[in-house]
Design a protein around this ligand. Structure first.
Ligand SMILES: Nc1ncnc2c1ncn2[C@@H]1O[C@H](COP(=O)(O)OP(=O)(O)OP(=O)(O)O)[C@@H](O)[C@H]1O
Ligand SMILES: [Mg+2]
Length: 426
């Protein structure tokens, strides 16, 4: 490989080079767009809108870092496998794991460009035991495959172990090159028994409450089990081919480092997200309402980890929308809710059990929402929440495990709602 090659990564979106990233020094790099499609050009980020102009490391480096896992141990193992000595070197890691990411962009080494553009992707069939082994490796922070075949591998944000696979009618496969993963598989968080079930119940509860949510199921692979989440950033075309749909999380959209995902650590809160959506969305009032529905839901179920990276924007040409919800988790399977802090405050209040409907209503103008709509939305969700959660827990793929954690989730949620609303919660 030539020296020059190490200093360049092409940015590809669905078979087109839209630009490249040049590394110009140890800590210096710049993105240059080279796509001339005008209106149909999709930028990497609302923080790097293009279509002309260059973006330097101050904005690019945090954005690239947002494509990588949050788990320090995973990053350490990856650095070891790929022989990268510096910490916080997103560019060097993406040279090895940049071909299947959140969103549509692929970061492709020059010597791989032709193969990726020719759309010569591959699907390697996987059986249950092999997937179980991949899940075990992910849990142990090891690269899911121990060979670096230079064909990309996936990278996804987040603090939990996960793998990304492609599902065909014939079964599960490991994709590479132009063929994207279609699903994300996450085993339960160690130490939180049946957390995969709890996440599935929470996601489905939200969906029964008519929030827009990623679809999921719970499945077994050999002797491992995982929540299987359908990727909304992938779409199948009428000719059967899969395309990638672009997205970025809220820290990326706001030009912030991924380490600032919590409002309490200087990250964006609900007002910043609502402002961003108002500024960027094609349907600002719809999307702000969708955001506020999610914030209310996370309060009602004590979804304590709903930080800025658990909300994303979808970008397609000049059309920007709030993405469906993902990674919803009620903490009420593991606590009674007292003392729990939310990731995003309601007008500066983080303690879930101290927040009242009046606090929400007073917060409405800052979120660009009519107070009456907000009050009605809280009523709407709280009236149906327990039924929705019971229905979610009764789905076959969850009910068969007769999980004590899910039973606790149901009973703690009922108690928590009682305390919120019956005993002076207003
Ligand atoms: N259904 C989905 N479709 C497309 N992208 C998704 C989907 N679910 C998650 N993602 C992407 O993958 C990333 C990691 O997923 P997720 O948030 O579920 O992981 P996590 O490790 O549980 O996160 P956290 O650190 O917040 O606990 C998300 O930030 C998002 O970019
Ligand atoms: Mg997450």
């Amino acid at each position: 490989m030539s020296i020059a090659n190490e200093h360049q990564l092409y940015v590809v979106m669905n078979g087109r080079v839209i630009g490249d990233v040049q590394r110009t020094g140890k800590r210096r790099m710049r993105l240059r767009y080279s796509d001339s499609r005008g209106q149909s050009f999709t930028p990497l980020s609302v923080s790097m809108p293009g279509p002309i102009g260059r973006y330097r490391e101050s904005i690019l480096d945090p954005w690239l870092s947002g494509l990588l896992p949050d788990r320090p141990e995973t990053l350490r193992q990856w650095r070891r496998q790929f022989g990268i000595s510096h910490e916080n070197d997103a560019y060097s890691l993406l040279r090895h794991v940049g071909e299947d990411l959140a969103g549509a962009a692929q970061f492709v080494r020059p010597e791989r460009l032709e193969a990726v553009l020719e759309r010569s992707g591959r699907l390697i069939p996987l059986d249950g035991p092999r997937i179980a082994e991949m899940l075990r490796r992910a849990k142990a922070d090891l690269p899911v495959s121990d060979i670096d075949n230079g064909q990309g591998k996936f990278s996804l944000a987040g603090a939990q172990a996960k793998i990304a696979l492609h599902r065909t009618e014939g079964g599960w496969t490991d994709p590479s090159g132009s063929v994207p993963s279609t699903h994300i598989l996450k085993p339960a968080i160690p130490g939180m028994t049946d957390q995969d079930l709890v996440e599935a119940v929470t996601l489905r509860t939200a969906s029964y409450l008519e929030l827009s949510v990623a679809k999921c199921s719970v499945e077994e692979f050999g002797d491992e089990r995982a929540i299987v989440v359908e990727r909304y950033d992938r779409a199948q075309q009428s000719d059967g081919r899969w395309i990638r749909v672009h997205q970025e999380d809220m820290c990326q959209a706001l030009g912030m480092w991924p380490t600032r995902k919590y409002e309490s650590q200087g990250g964006p809160g609900a007002v910043s997200l609502a402002d961003l959506i108002r500024r960027e969305s094609r349907q600002p009032s719809d999307d702000v309402r969708r955001l506020v529905r999610a914030l209310i839901f996370n309060w009602l179920v004590c979804g304590t980890d709903a930080h800025a990276r658990n909300y994303s924007l979808l970008l397609s040409g000049q059309t920007i929308r709030l993405a469906p919800l993902y990674d919803l988790n009620s903490h009420l399977a593991y606590s009674d809710g007292s003392g729990n802090s939310l990731s995003m405050s309601v007008g500066g209040m983080f303690h879930a059990d101290r927040i009242t409907v009046d606090n929400w209503v007073r917060f409405a103008p800052a979120l660009h929402i009519e107070p009456d709509w907000l009050r009605n939305e809280i009523d709407r969700q709280r009236e149906s929440l327990l039924d929705a959660m019971a229905a979610a827990a009764a789905s076959t793929d969850i009910a068969i495990y007769d999980s004590p954690a899910v039973r606790r989730l149901l009973s703690n949620t009922a108690d928590w709602m009682d305390r919120r609303f019956e005993r002076g919660g207003r």
